[in-house]
Design a protein around this ligand. Structure first.
Ligand SMILES: Cc1cc2nc3c(=O)[nH]c(=O)nc-3n(C[C@H](O)[C@H](O)[C@H](O)COP(=O)(O)OP(=O)(O)OC[C@H]3O[C@@H](n4cnc5c(N)ncnc54)[C@H](O)[C@@H]3O)c2cc1C
Length: 476
C-alpha cells in the first residue's frame, strides 16, 4: 500500500494547528504518513499576522486570545513560546455612552463581577438598571429552549439597560455580530449551560470561581493574553516547526471529487489534481460549500446559510503629546445605540508592552459588524482612516493628525453563528456522513477565537489520524 496522504486545505491557524498535531501523531507512532498543507495566499496565517514598522507592532487580525480556553496557550508552550506570553499592562476599559467615555471596572469583564461593588461603581447604568442586573441570580431559569439570541438572553437575565449598554457590546463585539441574531448556545456555550445547570449566571460563576481556587494575588487575573512579538510570531513558529509537512503556498484549490476507493481528488487552479486519503477543509464555509456542491449538495446548502460579516482594523499612530486623554486603560467599546461607525478601540500601546516607540501611542479601531459593514466593503482605506480618526478626536482630545496609519480590511471574514447554528452543524455532519474522508474544521464551525480554532485543528487531526489507522488496518 502507498503512504497514506492527508491534505489540509487552508493555512490559517486552524490548518496550521491541524498540521502540527498530525505531524506529532505521526512522529509518536512512527507510521509513514504524507501531510500536505495547501494555502492560496503567498503566506501562512490567514487572519493571523503581524507587521513591524518604524518601531510599531501591528497585529493585522487578532491581537490577543483567551487564556481560559487553554488550547492556544498550550500550543504556545509546546512550541517553546511560554516566555513570550504577556498579560495586559492595563485592565480597566471604558464604555462610550451618549458621547462620553465611562470607566468600567475590569472585574465586569466576566459579566457578573466577583466583587459586587464593581457593578455599583459604574457611572453609566441607572440605579434601576443596576438593581435589575444584580438580581440576575433570582430570575427563573428557562431550560427548555434549544437556543436563543444573545440579546434576548441578556435582556431576560440582566434587564434591558444592562444588556444594551454593557453585555451586548462586550459580547457581540468580539464576533462583529448583531446581538439579536447571534446564537447564545453557540457563541457563549458556557453561560448558556450555566443557566441550565446552576439556574443563573451568578450562581454558575460563583461555582466556577470556587472550583478554580484562585492563586493568591491572581484573583481576577485578565482572561486575555497576547504574544510579546505579536500574533504573527505564533504562525512563524508553527511554520518553522512543520518540517515534515509539504507546504504549498500560492496554490488555490478549486474543487474536489470523491474517487471510487473512498479517497478524494483535490482540484487546483494550476497543476495536476492531488489525491487525498483524507482531506481537511479549513477554508471559509462559503468556499467549502462550492466544492461540496456536487458531492453533498445538502451540506453545501447548509454551509451557505452561515453568513459572514466584514470588518476592518484601522491602526492609528499618534505623537503622545498630541493626545490629551491619559489612555489609562485597555480601550473602549461602543454600544450599537451610539451614532458612530466604530465598534470599539483598543489602546494597544497602553494595553500591551512594546507596541509603539517611546513618545508615540498606537490605537486600534474596529469598524463594521453584521448588518452594518457596507463602509468596510465599499469604502476606500482613506475613508476608513478618516472615520476612525474623526471618531477618536473628540473622545480622546486628539490635536494632531495620525503620524502613521494601517488599514486591514477583512471582507466576509467573521462567520456569524446565528440562532440555530449548532443544529445546522449537526445537519451538515449527517449530510457528509457518506463521505468520511472529508473533514471540516475552522472558525465557521465551533468557535471563532484563536483557542477554539487551535482546538478544532487538534481534534480534526486526531480524527484524520484515526481514519488513516483504519485505512492501514483494512490493508493488512
Ligand atoms: C479583525 C479580526 C480580529 C480578530 N480578533 C481576534 C482576537 O483578538 N482574538 C481571537 O481569539 N480571535 C480573533 N479573531 C478571530 C480569529 O482570528 C479567526 O477566527 C481565526 O484566525 C480563523 O482561523 P481559520 O484558520 O479558521 O481561518 P482563516 O484564518 O480564514 O484561514 C483560512 C485559510 O484558507 C485559505 N484559503 C481560502 N480559500 C482557499 C482556496 N481556495 N485554496 C487554498 N486556500 C484557501 C485562506 O487564504 C486562509 O489562509 C479576529 C478576527 C478578525 C477578522
Amino acid at each position: 500500500m502507498s503512504t497514506p496522504h492527508i491534505v489540509i486545505v487552508g493555512g490559517g491557524i486552524t490548518g496550521l494547528a491541524a498540521a502540527y498535531y498530525l505531524q506529532r501523531l505521526r512522529r509518536q507512532a512512527g507510521t509513514p504518513l504524507h501531510i500536505t498543507l495547501i494555502e492560496a495566499q503567498h503566506h501562512l496565517g490567514g487572519k493571523v499576522g503581524t507587521v513591524y514598522q518604524e518601531g510599531f507592532l501591528i497585529d493585522t487580525g487578532p491581537d490577543s486570545f483567551l487564556a481560559q480556553k487553554p488550547w492556544a496557550v498550550q500550543l504556545c508552550r509546546e512550541l517553546g513560546m511560554e516566555e513570550e506570553i504577556i498579560s495586559p499592562s492595563a485592565r480597566k476599559f471604558y464604555m462610550l455612552i451618549k458621547g462620553k467615555l465611562h470607566p468600567v471596572p475590569h472585574e465586569l469583564v466576566s459579566l457578573v463581577p466577583s466583587r459586587p461593588q464593581a457593578l455599583w461603581r459604574t457611572t453609566f447604568i441607572s440605579l434601576w438598571g443596576k438593581l435589575r442586573a444584580s438580581v440576575e441570580g433570582f430570575v427563573p431559569a428557562q431550560k427548555e429552549a434549544d437556543d436563543e439570541s444573545l440579546g434576548s438572553f441578556m435582556r431576560r437575565r440582566f434587564g434591558k439597560e444592562f444588556a444594551l449598554k454593557f453585555a451586548e457590546p462586550l459580547m457581540a463585539g468580539v464576533h462583529a455580530g448583531h446581538p439579536d441574531r447571534l446564537s447564545m448556545a453557540a457563541v457563549y456555550p458556557m453561560y448558556w449551560e450555566m443557566e441550565r445547570k446552576h439556574g443563573s449566571i451568578t450562581r454558575g460563576l460563583r461555582h466556577l470561581r470556587r472550583q478554580r481556587q484562585p492563586v493568591k494575588g491572581q484573583r481576577d487575573a485578565s482572561p486575555f493574553v497576547a504574544l510579546r512579538y505579536g500574533m504573527g510570531s505564533l504562525v512563524e513558529r508553527l511554520a518553522r516547526n512543520l518540517k515534515e509537512v509539504d507546504i504549498w503556498l500560492s496554490t488555490k484549490v478549486t474543487g474536489a471529487t470523491p474517487l471510487p476507493d473512498g479517497s478524494t481528488s483535490i482540484h487546483l487552479q494550476h497543476g495536476e489534481p492531488l489525491r487525498a486519503d483524507v482531506v481537511i477543509f479549513t477554508t471559509p464555509s462559503y468556499t467549502t460549500a462550492e466544492w461540496l456542491q456536487s458531492i453533498a449538495p445538502d451540506a453545501a446548502h447548509l454551509l451557505r446559510q452561515i453568513p459572514y460579516a466584514s470588518t476592518a482594523v484601522v491602526s492609528l499612530a499618534y505623537r503622545r503629546e498630541g493626545v490629551e486623554h491619559p489612555l489609562d486603560g485597555s480601550g473602549f467599546l461602543v454600544p450599537r445605540t451610539e451614532p458612530l461607525p466604530v465598534t470599539g478601540c483598543t489602546w494597544s500601546s497602553s494595553k500591551w508592552e512594546g507596541r509603539a516607540p517611546d513618545g508615540s501611542v498606537l490605537l486600534r479601531v474596529f469598524i463594521g459588524y453584521a448588518g452594518a459593514d457596507q463602509i468596510v466593503e465599499q469604502g476606500w482605506d482613506d475613508l476608513l482612516v478618516r472615520a476612525a480618526h474623526e471618531a477618536l478626536q473628540p473622545l480622546l482630545g486628539i490635536r494632531d493628525e495620525p503620524v502613521m496609519t494601517w488599514v486591514n480590511r477583512w471582507l466576509k471574514a467573521m462567520p456569524q453563528y446565528e440562532v440555530g447554528h449548532l443544529s445546522r452543524l449537526q445537519r451538515v455532519e449527517s449530510a457528509l456522513s457518506a463521505y468520511p474522508s472529508i473533514l471540516l474544521a475552522g472558525s465557521a464551525y465551533r468557535g471563532v477565537g484563536v483557542p477554539d480554532c487551535v482546538k478544532q485543528g487538534k481534534e480534526v487531526a486526531e480524527k484524520a489520524w484515526q481514519k488513516v489507522l483504519n485505512l492501514n488496518r483494512s490493508h493488512v
